[in-house]
Design a protein around this ligand. Structure first.
Ligand code: UD1
Length: 426
């Protein structure tokens, strides 16, 4: 079992290169199945969710070659209509994107119910509603979702709620459908635009991604493409908040500042100083931070994937901050762990009330999900003493070499392997 050991209290300083976006990569990689020639993907993050996606493609018969750390060539032209296996589907939410791509490729798809972070109830009714509207039937049995269609036919779909996953699956399932598909009340996240750009680069006809109405005209054939994944706005935001929490001075490089606007606005509001350039943002921490209220919302609102990290920072702000989770039912599973470190937080349903404290102190803590893990790292970096973080496999799903990047910024953080209570350096 691996753990992260952080000796807190060091100010982060320097610059850090941001990797490709996890949530874009896990949508674009399954979409490569549709290409009728090999694709080269650049700026692919080295994270375990990507490793699993590539493994799924290999199991289906794709030829996957890693050209360098962030560049992958995929030839999926000879894949079989296989079941996406349980051991892989259960590890990540985005395994359900194989439903949309396999449906388009084979008019049939079989995928075990998706796993991913436990953030409360995560139904897939809107995905199934889209498939049905396009002419596909589904059944769920023995934990497998199976969908088949005689023919996919373009249609108008109104999402009952704004959902990233169902918007992506609807795009994947309609790119080859006969005629025009119109998605209304669609999600607008940057990774939705990135997937649309990738699909258009292989020959799809998608307009309006990034707005709440997306129009997809079905096409008959696809080509291959060379495509670079967008930078990860959540990884960038996490380092920005870590810089602020440690009162450091960090520049995040290789980013799209526009994607980070809700995060930069909040950091400025509580007292951090920021300098924005074309592809970088410098965050200069303050000695003290003001309280604030925050509610997570679909893009361009404050992202739910930054809520735990911001909560860790607000534990050290002056006064009472109120944090409302507007997307998921159960995204405060990190709160008990922050309390072990001295944070004063109470939770009532989807609302957390944070009373700022003078300092956090290091403690042994356990990660419940990906972004919760990032929050505990931020807390550990800003706390007095040693924090020992367990269950870091959740963090490795979505952050490329986080310990390495943080060390390059001056953090005292190491990953250690514990075997039967014995500790070995890695
Ligand atoms: C994606 C992101 C995740 C992020 C989330 C919200 C990926 C791989 N994951 O997750 O990091 O936190 O967007 O920005 O991109 N819902 C339904 N029915 C459905 C689908 C969703 O009720 O069929 C609900 C969910 O329970 C949730 C809300 O809609 O309350 C938003 O979910 P959604 O945007 O779909 O999140 P994911 O795609 O799972």
């Amino acid at each position: 079992m691996d753990k992260l050991i952080i000796n807190g209290g060091k100010k982060l300083q320097g610059s850090v290169q941001i990797s490709g976006a996890k949530n874009a990569a896990v949508a674009v990689i399954p979409a490569v199945i549709l290409a009728e020639a090999p694709c080269v993907l650049e700026n692919v993050p080295s994270i375990s969710d990507v490793t699993i996606d590539l493994q799924i493609l290999r199991e289906m018969g794709a030829d996957v070659r890693v050209l360098d750390k962030s560049t992958i060539r995929i030839d999926a032209t000879h894949i079989r209509d296989a079941v996406v296996p349980y051991e892989m589907a259960r590890c990540m939410r985005a395994s359900y994107y194989f439903l949309g791509t396999l449906l388009t490729k084979f008019n049939h798809a079989k995928v075990y119910m998706p796993g991913g972070c436990d953030l409360g109830d995560r139904p897939i009714d809107q995905h199934l509603k889209c498939f049905k509207a396009l002419g596909a039937d589904h059944s769920i049995g023995r934990g497998i979702v199976e969908i088949s269609a005689g023919k996919l036919i373009g249609t108008q779909i109104y999402f009952d709620k704004v959902t990233v996953g169902a918007t992506i699956n609807a795009m994947l399932a309609s790119v080859k459908a006969d005629g025009l598909t119109i998605l209304e009340n669609a999600a607008k996240e940057p990774h939705i635009v990135d997937l649309a750009n990738f699909l258009n680069s292989i020959g799809a006809d998608i307009m309006g991604a990034g707005t709440d109405v997306i129009k997809i005209r079905g096409v008959k054939r696809f080509t291959g493409a060379n495509y670079a994944i967008i930078p990860d706005q959540i990884e960038a935001g996490t380092y920005m908040v870590a810089a602020a929490a440690t009162k450091g001075d960090v520049t995040v490089n290789g980013i799209i500042p526009k994607h980070l606007e809700p995060i930069t606005a909040k950091l400025r509001k509580i007292g951090a100083k920021l300098e924005e350039r074309d592809e970088s943002i410098r965050v200069m921490g303050a000695d003290t931070y003001e309280r604030t209220n925050l509610k997570t919302m679909p893009h361009p609102g404050f992202p739910t994937d930054m809520q735990p990290q911001f909560a860790a920072l607000l534990t050290l702000a002056k006064g009472t901050s109120i944090l409302t989770e507007g997307i998921f039912d159960n995204r405060f599973r990190y709160v008990d762990e922050l309390r072990r470190m001295g944070a004063d937080i109470s939770v009532d349903g989807k609302v957390a009330v944070i009373e700022g404290v003078e300092r956090l102190t290091g403690a042994p803590v356990k990660v419940a999900d990906l972004r919760a893990g990032a929050a505990l790292i931020i807390a550990g970096l800003s706390a007095d003493g040693v924090t020992e973080i367990e269950d870091i496999q959740h963090i490795e799903r979505g952050y490329e070499g986080m310990d390495v990047k943080l060390r390059s910024l001056g953090a005292d953080i190491v990953k250690r392997r514990f075997t039967d209570g014995v500790r070995t350096a890695m």
